[in-house]
Design a binder for this molecule. Structure first.
Ligand SMILES: Nc1ncnc2c1ncn2[C@@H]1O[C@H](COP(=O)(O)OP(=O)(O)OP(=O)(O)O)[C@@H](O)[C@H]1O
Ligand SMILES: [Mg+2]
Length: 313
């Protein structure tokens, strides 16, 4: 069985073990992405590559735009997250709880990218409220914590968009307005306090989200802006409930599935997994793990971190 299957099974076992007991929600997020754990990726550390730099195995699209256009045309807004504790990298505290898990996830994605083209990443889950938007926004944030890396975060959950609220910014114009042909790429893009993090909100409320995300303009959008970014992280609705995620996945290089610890039923997770062909499901994030379930080295890292002389990872 694959590691993804093992991760789903583990989530199910944790749920069974604690059934009837009160499980405290927490901020720990355990990334369980394929391939298996590697040492820290040297090509990721201290990265200074330009986002527009072509990489081996990456498709090279000609973009009609350059960085100057992006910076000149994209709105600079003040983001005010209502709950800054869940936007882990926006308040400048790189040692906050949960940040290390996102760095590990980033590292694994970079390792994976050495083996396959991987830039446009869809984040989904089986059911609502499993942490898709939490994972997408924090993953995009951790990507740009590395010098010179640029990321675009897109809220493609046109049914229940949340990223604009989480980030504390405006929701329109956004993706739906572009898909309807009302706006161009840069008039729907915004940036906030983090240098190199760009955001496309969901946009004006759409009548038929499934039709809209499948109308072909999303692919066009991605193709046009892709050369300007190192990563494009796309948030989506729950995969078991709606077809949107599987439609969106066709425009992406890979899918990352969020499974909520002690909550996602195994069968639901398996059903969601079947929505995506094997080659596009790149991993699973086990979200909201209990602290005592974290591996020993995580504890070690935390106590080590408390010493004043410790350098950050
Ligand atoms: N690991 C975590 N630690 C702390 N808060 C979390 C964590 N995961 C999710 N949350 C919080 O739980 C709530 C639901 O998460 P989120 O909105 O990310 O779920 P979702 O899967 O995107 O839901 P929906 O299907 O409605 O879009 C949010 O308020 C989010 O900030
Ligand atoms: Mg969401």
């Amino acid at each position: 069985m694959s590691r993804i299957h093992e991760a789903l099974k583990k989530a199910e076992q944790e749920r069974a073990a604690t059934q009837g007991g009160a499980v405290q929600p927490n901020f720990a997020t355990t990334p369980v992405a394929e391939p298996p754990v590697f040492a820290e990726n040297p090509s990721e550390e201290g990265a200074t590559a330009s986002p527009a730099t072509a990489r081996p195995g990456m498709p090279a699209f000609a973009s009609p735009f350059n960085t100057d256009t992006l910076l000149a045309r994209c709105a600079q807004l003040e983001w005010k997250p209502p709950d800054p504790t869940t936007m882990l990298f926006l308040n400048g505290d790189d040692g906050a709880r949960g940040t290390e898990e996102f760095r590990t996830l980033r590292s694994r994605l970079y390792h994976l990218r050495e083996k396959m083209p991987l830039k446009k990443l869809l984040i989904t889950s089986a059911e609502p409220k499993e942490g898709k938007s939490f994972t997408s926004s924090n993953l995009a944030q951790v990507m740009v914590r590395q010098h010179g890396r640029r990321a675009l975060l897109i809220d493609a959950d046109l049914r229940n968009p949340r990223l604009d609220t989480m980030l504390g910014t405006t929701s329109d114009p956004g993706l739906s307005d572009y898909l309807l042909g009302k706006n161009d790429e840069f008039s729907i893009m915004q940036r906030g306090p983090l240098e190199n993090l760009f955001f496309i909100a969901s946009g004006t409320k759409a009548a038929d989200p499934a039709e809209l995300v499948g109308n072909g303009r999303l692919k066009l959008l991605l193709q046009r802006v892709e050369p300007l970014f190192d990563w494009i992280i796309i948030d989506s609705p729950p995969a078991v409930w709606f077809s949107d995620a599987s439609v969106l996945a066709k425009a992406c290089d890979g899918v990352l599935m969020v499974v909520k610890s002690n909550s996602t039923p195994f069968e639901k997770a398996r059903k969601a997994r079947q929505e995506f062909p094997d080659q596009t499901l790149v991993g699973v994030v086990l979200n909201g793990t209990r602290e005592e379930a974290l591996p020993y080295d995580r504890y070690y890292y935390e106590s080590y971190q408390k010493k004043p002389t410790t350098a950050k990872a």
